[in-house]
Design a protein around this ligand. Structure first.
Ligand code: BDP
Length: 676
């Protein structure tokens, strides 16, 4: 028998988020048997032992008390290993015993957290055997954390939750308390189903490249802290590493010395971190080095790293976010939306088996509303991962409430070949779901306490991409706010749903209209600036003039982007008459008087939605204020304070957008709300 490991106590002042002690009461007050051995089984034991200490239950390990009876059995058995895989588990309840059987240790851990989610229900009645297995094998968070504070981006690029959990002022955080916090983060993530983390920014700045070589020990310490919760560590690397670190004259992927260098360096990485996950690469994108320098393709670039990782069963995550960020804004024919498909679709089938092409869910860049990237439907012979952004760069920067579960779910359920074909969730089975993390060293992990819901949903949707996001939200609410322990569970639940459920659409209403995107302040991307990027080289334009607005991406008269989709969608998007309203301006340039499918004109839609969006924020702020007696005071105050800023900002958006289009178009508001 292994000695129990202690349950990690959260460092003081840290929010337990979706794992408050109360969530463990039903499990901790019972008799549990844990059977099996291994480090993650020890983790499971530590969790149950901690809960039992707190709530008066008892936990035994196999062989301690033969013949005794239990309420809960958590067991590792290999009978069903084909069916269960390494991460699945079976749950059954009969004769008063709830039994979780897993074939792999991770499966047992996920089974434990499933029982926690079920709460009392896990111990009631009978339950026919249920099989739980993740649909996607890779469920990953990419941290855009800089090792050193970057002069423009700070410690965490696009981070809105304080500093990095891993790095501070150029070094890995290494105190006991700090590593304890990393371990707690791993625990939090495992409870939602995450199993991989990339610990540094995809933009690898200067000295940070050294993490791969002489500073790999720092990465190994992080990996040690995450491992007990089944989380593998990945590293972002620079394609130029052989030059920058190895002193070679070239980083050409076909050069023998370059290949040898990567093979050797990767071997040393695995000596330090035997279960290392692999590399993440942003190449030839926004100034990062890449294979284009040597006239090589991205498949050749990715396969170089894949070859180095293959002997160790590692994976390279190669990002498809490749476009020209120095384009001529006067030229309407160059279209950033086309770039990823143009670069990558011709390479289908050319990537190594352990190379995963990581594709942003939309063709542009994590906007509030985008169509699904056509790359996802165009590369059947490539392992694909879809990348989403939990950090709310373009969706309110964790100062605005914006529950993204419905947006991600729409993308994951989209069927690129039409209704009969597979969904995005099906198509990324080989590669997984990757989210840019929103967590930092903030006491609430995510800055805005309600932004935790997004982080939680990443793991749950990666587990089941076809799941109803509302179910994930319900779980998060139950686990985080423990409504049953408050004076008015029903009011708390309905209040939380009222402020979260529609918050993405609310945000969409008061920001850039009808899928056109951007209109944000350049650089930091917070707040409105309608023309902020209009005359810049970044490729993100709305083309508003006195007559109309939107980007013509049709095949007939525009950039041809609509033609990158399979026929059913290419046809839908081609014509303004069939294009969904919410994407109209993404695909078409139309006059302000164009009548939407909703029956409203474009210009009146812009005015109305901006007034409505602000009214919805006012209402959400009111509902939140009304929950003050049911939510822990500090958490309530933090969100209340953010609502003040959200409302200020929403009004600013409304007034900028409406005034801009009122002046541009000269069309009066049918409801007379705008000032002449
Ligand atoms: C953009 C961000 C930028 C990232 C880039 C990326 O503004 O900070 O480096 O995406 O995904 O959305 O690489």
């Amino acid at each position: 028998m292994t000695a129990p490991i202690p349950v990690p106590a959260l460092p003081s002042g840290v929010d337990p988020a979706w794992l408050p002690p109360a969530a463990f009461r039903p499990l901790g007050s019972r008799r549990t048997l844990i059977s099996g051995t291994g480090p993650l089984v020890d983790t499971v034991h530590g969790e149950v032992a901690g809960a039992s200490d707190r709530f008066g239950g008892q936990v035994l390990r196999d062989g301690q008390e033969p013949g005794a009876s239990y309420d809960l059995v958590l067991e590792l058995g290999d009978d069903d290993s084909d069916e269960l895989g390494d991460e699945g588990f079976a749950l059954v309840r009969a004769d008063g015993v709830t039994r979780v059987t897993a074939a792999g240790q991770r499966g047992l851990l996920y089974g434990l957290f499933h029982v926690v989610r079920l709460g009392e229900a896990a111990f009631q009645g009978e339950r026919a055997r249920e099989l739980h297995r993740p649909a996607l094998a890779l469920r990953m968070l990419d941290h855009w954390d800089n090792v050193a504070v970057h002069p423009v981006m700070g410690q965490v690029e696009r981070g809105y939750s304080g500093g990095s959990l891993f790095w501070q002022d150029g070094r890995a955080r290494g105190s006991r308390e700090e590593l304890e916090r990393v371990r707690c983060y791993g625990r939090l993530l495992a409870a939602s189903g995450i199993n991989a983390i990339a610990v540094n920014n995809v933009n690898v700045h200067g000295a940070e490249a050294h993490l791969l070589t002489d500073r790999i020990g720092e990465v190994a310490a992080i990996a040690d802290a995450l491992r007990p919760y089944g989380i593998r560590t990945h590293l972002s690397v620079s394609f130029a590493a052989p030059v920058v670190l190895g002193g070679l004259p070239t980083a050409d992927p076909l050069d023998e010395a370059v290949r040898d260098w990567w093979a050797e360096v990767t071997g040393r990485v695995y000596e330090a971190i035997p279960d290392f996950g692999g590399y993440v690469v942003k190449a030839d994108s926004e100034g990062q080095p890449g294979p284009f320098t040597y006239g090589r393709s991205h498949a050749e670039g990715a396969n170089l790293l894949a070859a180095a990782l293959a002997p160790h069963s590692g994976t390279v995550h190669w990002r498809a976010f490749v476009y020209n960020h120095r384009q001529d804004w006067r030229d309407r024919s160059t279209d950033r939306a086309r770039a990823a498909y143009d670069h990558f679709a011709p390479l289908d089938g050319a990537f190594a088996p352990n190379a995963v092409l990581q594709v942003k869910h939309g063709p542009m860049d994590f906007q509030t509303r985008e169509p699904v990237s056509p790359v996802i439907g165009a590369m059947p012979d490539t392992r694909l991962a879809v990348e989403i952004q939990a950090t709310q760069e373009y969706t309110g920067q964790q100062r605005h409430v914006c529950w993204l579960g419905p947006m991600w779910s729409e993308a994951l359920r989209f069927r690129p070949e039409g209704q009969e074909g597979p969904s995005v969730g099906d198509l990324v089975r080989g590669g997984g779901l990757v989210a840019v993390s929103s967590a930092g060293d903030d006491p609430y992990w995510t800055g805005h306490p309600l932004a935790q819901a997004n982080l939680y949903a990443v793991g749950r949707l990666a587990w089941r991409p076809d799941a109803d996001p509302r179910a994930a939200l319900d779980e998060w609410i139950e686990l985080t706010f423990a409504p049953e322990e408050t004076a008015d569970p029903a009011r708390l639940r309905s209040g939380l749903h009222a402020v979260l459920d529609g918050s993405w659409r609310t945000y969409e209403k008061y920001t850039a209209p009808l899928g056109v995107g951007f209109m944000v302040q350049p650089g930091h991307h917070y707040g409105p600036s309608v023309d902020g990027y209009e005359y810049s080289p970044w490729g993100t334009y709305h083309f508003a003039d006195r007559d109309g607005i939107g980007v013509d991406r049709s095949q007939a008269t525009g950039t041809g982007f609509a033609g990158q989709y399979a026929k059913p969608w290419a046809e839908v998007y081609e014509s303004p008459a069939t294009c969904p309203d919410e994407l109209l301006l993404f695909f078409h340039h139309v006059p302000y008087g164009h009548v939407l499918r909703s029956g409203e004109t474009v210009i009146q839609h812009i005015y109305d939605t901006h007034f409505d969006g602000v009214a919805e924020v006012e209402e959400a702020r009111r509902v939140w204020a009304g929950l003050a007696d049911l939510v822990e005071p500090a958490r309530h105050a933090r969100a209340a304070e953010r609502y003040e800023e959200q409302l200020r900002s929403a009004r600013e958006w409304r007034d900028h957008i409406n005034t801009y289009f009122f002046r541009k178009s000269g069309v009066p508001d049918a409801r007379g709300r705008l000032i002449h």
